[in-house]
Design a protein. Structure first.
Length: 413
C-alpha cells in the first residue's frame, strides 16, 4: 500500500482551526489564509483550488484522526467527477482509480454489493448501491432500499439519495429516480432498473455495456424488503440489438454486452412479460434519471445518504455505533466540497458515530453533508505537487486499500 505518514495535530489545535474555518464559512466570508488562492486555514496546497489537512477529533469513544480535502469549485481549473473502473460491476483501489483518471486526489464512494453469503453459488457483483453519473453520462440507478449494503438508513432517506455536482459547478444533495420504459408496437412496460445488482420484485431491468462482464443472476435475488431472500425461480432474459430482439433465455447470463446492445432481465411478472417478445420483434428501451430537486443537469453523481441538511443534522442519526467513516460536506452555497476520511489504524479505530460525523462536517463549515461507505473501504488518496502518483494519506482498517466500485475524484488542470 502506498502511504504517506503525516504528523498528528493535537485536539486543541484542531478545535481552534475548525472554529476559524466554520466561523468564516457560516458567515459567508472568505476564510483567512496566507495562501495566494485563499485556501482554508491549516490546509496545505496540493494543486490550484485543492488543499489537504489532517487532525484529531475528540469523540465519545476515543480520539479519531481525520484527513480532509478542501475543494474550491469556484476555481475554473478545478472539477469533481466519478472515479470508477470503467464499468459498474468492477472494483479497484482508490489510488489506482485516481492515477488512471488523472485525479489529483480522491476518496472512496458508495456502499456496494460486497458479498453474497446468503445466496450460495451467486457471484457478488461489486456494483454500487445508488445512482451514478460520470462525465454527464448515466451509469446506473438505485437498488431497492431493502437490497442495500451498509448501516441502516436515517429516517426519510433512501437509496436514491445522491451527492452531485451540476453543470453550474455547484455541489448539492438530491434524489434521483429512474424513469424508463420498454416499448413494442403493442405494449409499453415500465423499466424497474438500470445496471443494478438488484431489481424490484416483478420488474424488468436493463443492462448495457456499462454493466461489465459479471453475471446478471444477482439482479433476481432477494426482495424489495429482504436482501437475503432466495433468488427468484421465475426469470427471463432478452437481448435487444439495434432495436430488435436477437435472443432470449430463462436464466440471466454473463459476459460483455456490446455497445448498442441492451439485455433485459425480468423477474416474476417482468419475466412473464419478456417471454411474450419474439425474435426479430422491434423493441425500444428508454431510460433517464430524474432529479427530485434540481433542474440543473448533473455532470457527477454518487450514492450514499445525507446526514446534514441546511446546517442541521437529520433526525434519527445513530449516536451509538462508532466506526471508521468517509463523508462529504458542502459549504459556501455549493462552491466548496469537503471530503473527510478517518484513520483505521489500531489507535484510531474507534472512529465516529454517524451523529458525530454530522457534527464534524458542520464544524468544518458544511451546511449539507453526505455519508459514504466506511470501515475497510475508507480511503483518501492524494498526490503532492510535481508527483504523478497518488499516495494513501489515511490508514485503511485492513492495512491496505480495499478495492471499491467508485469514488469522488478531484481534478485540477
Amino acid at each position: 500500500m502506498r502511504r504517506r505518514t503525516g504528523r498528528l495535530r493535537t485536539a486543541l489545535t484542531v478545535v481552534a482551526a475548525w472554529s476559524a474555518l466554520a466561523g468564516a464559512a457560516l458567515a459567508g466570508a472568505a476564510p483567512a489564509s496566507g495562501a495566494p488562492d485563499g485556501g482554508p486555514p491549516g490546509f496545505h496546497r496540493l494543486a490550484p483550488g485543492v488543499r489537504y489537512t489532517e487532525f484529531d477529533i475528540p469523540a465519545a469513544k476515543g480520539v479519531a484522526h481525520a484527513h480532509v480535502l478542501s475543494v474550491d469549485l469556484r476555481n475554473p481549473r478545478v472539477s469533481v467527477d466519478l472515479l470508477h473502473p470503467g464499468v459498474v460491476a468492477a472494483r479497484a483501489p482508490v489510488s489506482r482509480l485516481a492515477d488512471a483518471q488523472g485525479a489529483v486526489a480522491g476518496v472512496n464512494g458508495d456502499f456496494f454489493n460486497i458479498t453474497e453469503t446468503q445466496h450460495p453459488g451467486v457471484e457478488a457483483t461489486g456494483a454500487s448501491v445508488g445512482p451514478a453519473i460520470a462525465g454527464g453520462r448515466t451509469l446506473k440507478a438505485a437498488v431497492p432500499d431493502g437490497q442495500r449494503f451498509g448501516p441502516a438508513l436515517p429516517p426519510g432517506t433512501s437509496t436514491r439519495d445522491v451527492l452531485g455536482v451540476g453543470t453550474d459547478h455547484r455541489a448539492r444533495l438530491d434524489s434521483l429516480a429512474l424513469d424508463g420504459s420498454v416499448a413494442t408496437t403493442e405494449t409499453r412496460l415500465p423499466l424497474g432498473g438500470l445496471n443494478q445488482y438488484a431489481l424490484p420484485v416483478g420488474s424488468v431491468g436493463a443492462f448495457t455495456s456499462d454493466w461489465g462482464t459479471v453475471s446478471r443472476v444477482r439482479a433476481t435475488c432477494g426482495t424489495d424488503t429482504d436482501r437475503a431472500a432466495p433468488c427468484s425461480t421465475d426469470t427471463h432474459e432478452v437481448t435487444v440489438q439495434d432495436g430488435r430482439v436477437v435472443s432470449s433465455a430463462d436464466t440471466p447470463g454473463n459476459g460483455p454486452i456490446a455497445s448498442g446492445t441492451t439485455v433485459l432481465v425480468g423477474r416474476e411478472a417482468g419475466a412473464q412479460q419478456l417471454r411474450k417478445l419474439s425474435l426479430g420483434e422491434r423493441v425500444t428501451v428508454r431510460h433517464r434519471l430524474v432529479a427530485a430537486a434540481s433542474r440543473i443537469p448533473y455532470r457527477f453523481v454518487i450514492g450514499g445518504y445525507p446526514v446534514l441538511r441546511g446546517g442541521q443534522p437529520l433526525a434519527g442519526l445513530d449516536t451509538t455505533t462508532a466506526a471508521v467513516r468517509t463523508a462529504a460536506g458542502i459549504s459556501d452555497g455549493g462552491r466548496r466540497l469537503l471530503l473527510l476520511a478517518l484513520d483505521g489504524a489500531p489507535e484510531f479505530r474507534t472512529g465516529l458515530t454517524i451523529a458525530e460525523v454530522a457534527d464534524a462536517m458542520r464544524e468544518l463549515g458544511s451546511m449539507d453533508a453526505f455519508s459514504l461507505d466506511g470501515g475497510g473501504s475508507t480511503t483518501l488518496a492524494a498526490r503532492e505537487p510535481g508527483s504523478t502518483m497518488a499516495t494513501v494519506r489515511n490508514h485503511p482498517s485492513g492495512g491496505a486499500e480495499r478495492p471499491v466500485p467508485n469514488g469522488i475524484g478531484v481534478f485540477s488542470r
